[in-house]
Design a protein around this ligand. Structure first.
Ligand SMILES: [Zn+2]
Length: 569
């Protein structure tokens, strides 16, 4: 069974949990930073919650609009639609390859999304949370066009970084107004833009400062990640300003009013609505059009947003303000945004990409070792660094030698000495045998709690520690020797080790979905890992064990130099 089909069982009766994952701009392939930043933690969280029996809905989609897509189309001499379609397909392939188990990965280029967006736009306009005003904008008189957001670059007024874009500075993370850029230049003609007036719609953010402050200060939001909470509080204390939500472009969601045919609703307002529209799309497709309400109007639901840190203001300020305006919709329960992953200390050459492209990776290696390495160094509280040396070391020392070897040697010794079946253990286990099983069972609570709090590094470290304890147990009792002198002793050891492995497979499954599924089948289990829920599934004496294969490939050290050359190091 494909690990990609990890969806909540139809009879799941637990809590409704929306796993809302950031919408990537469809203007390039995804790289390791995207995976570690949002998709992998979201997938680990979703897989864990499904095994707990919760009603998980994991949604996202391609951000098909916005200047990143149109700028790329103009550079290539093609249409935005062509660019978006190409990378949307690339995203779908990448998610399949890495086992990112979306219930729906759609796009903003759907009739449903346009309808939901326009509806919310009109509702907010009627309530006075949107208003019309003239806006001074940068205009390229050579190209004869306004220069929204990424069409203009210059020096950041906050940190002096040269190369800040009209909407945001990638260096300091500030959201910017293009008019504040120092020495602005047009991306279309390199000209120095002039200022011109244009009529636009504004989001009255100033009206939400107090309500947002009260919301953030609620006790249940105090254990948000400090960098997310502090950034948000900082923004609110500095004071919000009204922001225009429409642009002088023709690629995007049309404004549902006459006289605005040459303008569009802009992405930063529109894309976040995708979480809601995608849920509605999923509900309609699954034959229950009102099904979306379980995640959006039932106050018992939990909504968790997985994004990179550059997207924090859109998810802790702007989207909550829009939801407050709409009324009756659940605000985010948590926004566990990740920091950045640098590649080999950012020494990688920018001109050659300087990143590990996910489609490239999948052409050469298996998905689970990358999921493992990125989880082990996930940038949860600060930026972390990925190196290929670390990847090879973790693959060889931890996956092959510790966890993979545990599974293989236990199954091989058992098959060879006990007629291919799980041996019988005494009715009362020795204290060290019982201690190992207790430790595995206890890890369902501790590691599970870490998954639930989105502390994936800690969760994985805890799980691997238990695998280490199982190895020590095995070494101490040496069943490969005992089998010649004390067969009952060896039988107990192998029975207990197999049952410990069964628990570890479930515990590690959220991080390693492909290889734990294989190991699950090697134990004679059927169906998907964790089919019986978040607990150790017993392997009974007498179970026939199929012949196991290797779970992981040992990698040669030469991989490090090869891959560093690809990074331009
Ligand atoms: Zn800056």
């Amino acid at each position: 069974m494909s690990p990609n089909t990890s969806v909540s069982p139809p009879n799941a009766s637990g809590q409704a949990i929306l796993v809302a994952v950031g919408w990537p701009y469809a203007n390039n392939h995804l790289h390791a930073g995207h995976l570690a930043g949002a998709y992998l933690p979201a997938d680990i969280f979703a897989r864990y919650q499904r095994m707990r029996g919760n009603r998980v809905l994991m949604v996202s989609g391609s951000d098909s609009h916005g200047t990143p897509v149109t700028v790329r189309a103009e550079q290539e001499g093609t249409t935005p639609e062509d660019v978006f379609q190409r990378y949307h397909q690339s995203f779908l392939d990448t998610f399949k390859g890495f086992g990112i188990s979306f219930d729906l990965f759609t796009s903003t280029d759907t009739a449903n999304h346009i309808e939901v967006t326009q509806q919310l736009f009109l509702q907010m306009l009627e309530q006075g949370d949107l208003y019309e005003a003239d806006q001074e904008l940068l205009f390229d008189s050579i190209a004869g066009r306004f220069l929204p957001d990424r069409y203009v670059e210059g020096i950041c007024p906050k940190c002096s970084f040269d190369g800040a874009r009209g909407d945001q500075c990638d260096n300091c993370g500030s959201t910017l107004d293009a008019l504040d850029l120092i020495n602005p230049r047009s991306k279309l003609s390199d000209a120095t833009p002039e200022r011109r007036k244009s009529r636009h719609f504004f989001l009255r953010l100033t009206a939400f400062t107090e309500r947002l402050m009260k919301w953030i200060e609620q006790p249940e939001h105090r254990d948000w990640r400090p960098h997310v909470r502090n950034f948000t509080l900082g923004m609110l204390r500095e004071g919000l300003i009204d922001r225009s939500i429409t642009r002088d472009i023709t690629w995007g969601v049309p404004i549902p009013l006459e006289g605005y045919e040459s303008k569009r609703i802009y992405v930063w307002f529109e894309a976040v609505i995708g979480y809601l529209s995608a849920t509605k799309e999923w509900a309609a497709t699954s034959g229950n059009p009102d099904g979306w309400k379980a995640w959006w109007t039932d106050p018992a639901a939990r909504t968790v947003y997985f994004i990179g840190k550059d997207n924090v203001p859109f998810h802790t300020v702007i989207w909550p303000a829009m939801l407050m305006s709409a009324g009756g919709l659940n605000l985010p329960s948590d926004v566990p945004a990740n920091q950045y992953v640098t590649m080999s200390g950012s020494k990688a050459s920018k001109s050659r990409g300087g990143v590990v492209w996910l489609p490239d990776y999948l052409e050469r290696y298996d998905p689970d070792p990358f999921r493992y390495a990125l989880t082990a160094s996930m940038p949860e509280t600060n930026d972390t660094d990925f190196t290929w040396a670390d990847y090879v070391r973790r693959n060889n020392d931890e996956l092959v030698a510790r966890w993979g070897n545990l599974v293989n040697r236990v199954l091989t010794i058992t098959r060879r000495n006990f007629d291919g079946r799980v041996p019988r253990a005494p009715s009362t286990l020795s204290p060290e045998s019982q201690a190992l099983l207790d430790r595995v069972d206890g890890a369902f609570d501790t590691v599970g709690g870490d998954y639930d709090r989105v502390q994936m590094r800690r969760a994985l470290a805890g799980a691997i520690e238990v695998a280490g304890a199982a190895n020590q147990y095995l070494d101490a009792r040496a069943p490969w020797q005992a089998v010649k002198t004390d067969r009952d002793h060896a039988a107990e050891t192998l029975y207990v080790a197999i049952n410990a492995i069964s628990g570890l497979i479930t515990i590690l499954n959220p991080v390693l979905p492909f290889t734990t599924q294989k190991a699950w089948e090697y134990l004679g289990h059927e169906g998907k890992v964790g089919i019986a829920g978040w607990r150790r599934t017993p392997v009974l004496a007498g179970t026939v064990l199929p012949e196991p294969g290797p779970l992981y490939r040992k990698l040669d050290d030469s991989v490090v130099a090869e891959e560093e050359a690809r990074l331009g190091l």
